[in-house]
Design a protein around this ligand. Structure first.
Ligand SMILES: *Cc1c(COP(=O)(O)O)cnc(C)c1O
Length: 428
């Protein structure tokens, strides 16, 4: 495989864009090598500017559950583009998409659209703080909730990869209100509640996907819910990644625990910039202009983005059985990786949730961030490079989740397993 054009493109990009990329993890820093520059997608494949074709397990970091260039979504976008790119005034598509979503959840009466996951979570946090008139929040080590100030503390994946758990430019005065707990460890959550004068909310990825794939246990989520009730704090499920991915209802299709506020992103926009946050009518009534908590956005509910999201969510709702197919493929892929590792005599642990999959080169199951850090990330880097050179595009960090799309066929899964088995034999 040749990467000449990508190498040149990366050098050129480097001159005008910091690190050559608009989001750090894309730079391949943790696995080494040059990121392929992408020309186009085709269903389950990515094609780079050198003409190399890859089986794509990143799917734009989650949004593309129907793969690249799905014709229904394309048509909806084309239709909408002809009518104008943005109006800064209400359109009926926003209401339609909001309706599709609220009717799926008993605990969500209203939601508001924004333009990214970061913005959704940042706004949800302000809502929780405003609603409770409290400042402190609890987050978990290794969970990522976007790059807003309060939440850029021990934030997993990108931040972990670069060894910068928090960042210069984030005032300590802001993060002092962010209390850190350990994932799947209820005593650490209790301690945070005891240490604080008033917790506004607990925010969690109920299926963590930004320290590798590390799901919370049901019991842990139940106990958090009880603590929140006891202390009058709100529970926020950050489902920016797991929403419409782990199941149609995200984590809420898997656990019985009910959050007060939910945030979405990624799949909700089908590849366009969309985020959203929702809650009961009572909580959402506090949001401006109904209430006094300010939140706004010039391009929020952008008509093109809404039509892409609407086409995608509608298609998911009429084909709920796809989650079973997607999960079967995820499970098969992980079984194949396990077989390969066993044959090569190396340790691996794997997990799946719906269309999400994750694996660590480690000899024990991972339940929290510190355990995730014990994986052999050097081995991951080598595995990643060799998989890429053989046409398999995996996320370029040991702390990311992989994604299956409906365009990722059984044949593509078998092909990927075949390559993985060969590659694992060569790993040190
Ligand atoms: C991706 C992600 C975000 C941030 O979303 P952006 O669209 O990248 O701003 C927030 N929370 C979780 C759980 C995510 O996976």
């Amino acid at each position: 495989m040749k990467f000449n054009k990508s190498i040149e493109a990366f050098e050129e990009a480097y001159r005008v864009i910091p690190g050559g990329v608009d989001s750090p993890v894309r730079a391949f820093s943790s696995v080494g090598g040059t990121p392929p520059f992408i020309d186009r997608g085709e269903g389950g494949y990515l094609i780079d500017i050198d003409g190399n074709r890859y089986i794509d397990f990143v799917q734009s970091w989650g949004p593309l559950i129907f793969g690249h260039c799905d014709s229904d979504i394309e048509q909806a976008v084309e239709h909408s583009i002809k009518k104008g790119l943005s109006f800064g005034a209400p359109t009926t598509t926003e209401t339609e998409l909001a309706n599709e979503i609220v009717e799926m959840f008993d605990n969500i009466d209203k939601l508001r659209f924004v333009s990214s996951g970061t913005e959704a979570v940042m706004s949800a946090l302000r809502l929780a703080r405003g609603y409770t008139y409290r400042d402190d929040i609890i987050k978990f080590k290794g969970c990522y909730h976007g790059h807003s100030d309060s939440l850029l503390v021990q934030a997993g994946s990108g931040a972990t990869t670069f060894g910068t758990p928090s960042s210069p430019g984030v005032p300590a005065d802001l993060t002092k209100h962010t209390l850190l707990a350990t994932y799947n460890d209820i005593d650490s959550v209790k301690k945070c509640f005891e240490d604080s004068d008033g917790i506004a909310c607990v925010i969690i990825e109920p299926i963590a996907g930004n320290m590798g794939l590390v799901p919370a246990t049901d019991k842990f989520l139940e106990e958090i819910r009880e603590l929140c009730n006891e202390y009058g704090a709100l529970l926020i499920f950050d489902e920016v990644m797991s929403g419409f991915r782990a199941s149609l209802k995200g984590s809420q299709g898997i656990t019985t625990v009910t959050p007060d506020i939910v945030t979405w992103g990624k799949v909700i926009g089908a590849g366009m910039p969309v985020g959203a946050f929702g809650a009961s009518a009572k909580i959402m009534a506090r949001l401006s202009p109904e209430g006094d908590i300010y939140q706004a956005g010039t391009l929020s509910g952008n008509p093109i983005a809404m039509s892409a999201g609407l086409a995608s969510i509608k298609k998911l709702k009429v084909n709920p059985e796809i989650y079973e197919t997607l999960n079967q493929r995820a499970v098969r892929l992980m079984e194949g990786f396990e077989e390969g590792a066993k044959e090569a005599g190396i340790d691996i642990v794997t997990d799946t949730r719906g269309s999400m999959f994750g694996f660590f080169f480690s000899d024990k199951q991972v339940t929290n961030f510190d355990e995730a850090l014990e994986n052999n990330s050097k081995r991951f880097g080598e595995f990643h490079n060799k998989m890429l050179a053989n046409g398999i595009y995996l996320a370029c960090s040991a702390y990311e989740t992989g994604f299956i799309s409906t365009a990722t066929t059984d044949e593509m899964i078998e092909e990927s397993i075949k390559v993985a088995k060969e590659v694992m034999k060569e790993l040190r």
